[in-house]
Ligand binder design. Sequence first.
Ligand SMILES: [Zn+2]
Length: 278
Amino acid sequence: MKIVNGFDIMEYAKTNNYILPAFNTTNLEMTYAIAKGLNEAKLPGYIQISSNNLRLSNPDAIVYLTRNALKKTDVPISLHLDHGKSYGDVKACVDAGFTSIMIDASHLSFEDNIKTVKKAVEYCHFYGVPAEAELGSIRGKEEDIVSEADAKTDPDLVSDFVERTKCDLLAVSVGNVHGLDLTPNIDLPLLKKLSEISPVPLVLHGGSGIPFEIIQKAKQYGLIKINYGSDLRKAYISTFGEAYAKNHNECNVIELSIKSVENVGQKVKELVTIINRN
Ligand SMILES: [Zn+2]
């Protein structure tokens, strides 16, 4: 299939009552693995890459790899920029062919967050691409994303934020964390409250480590997208790490790379299936 537009995949998820997982890629192997896993599970989702990971595989390279990976798939898959750091990154990704965008200005003051998001949203909307923004801040460390701040999303700010920025998806901080070093503790009453106020669907970052029963409940509270980074990175890195631990002369990069696609793909299939189990 072609890379599906972000608005269309959201509509598809709402119609079919799916939660959309968004899996982080960095390179060819992970991109292929995510497409493979979603296709085998026959469920939709996102391939996403964070701004910082674009230092190696630039937006054009990721679009090229994604288009190639999707030639063999027949489930809806969108390509999303995760934690877009700047207007420049957002523009580069939209121009390259990304079909969904996050602009993360949650570390700024409320007014500056609005200003930054609004500008990015205008660019995205001109090209028919939806934009995710974050309100509150998510604690933890996951590769490039490091935050000590732990500010849960303030329900009183949600309406104003969404109305003024015109964002299409809202990433919230409700006890979810980035990376595997901290344990998530999801505040479901807060999530419920946010979903009642928010005019747009909600996103949870830091899916790795959140119990599936909680995700099931979160689905009733407006959750449409959940991000998975660490689980996949672990499956990828351990493929090479275990081979090296077994044999320090291991040099078969192609076989291990193929195996990493297999291992990451299995993880993708497992996660997308379990979060959509009824
Ligand atoms: Zn995140």
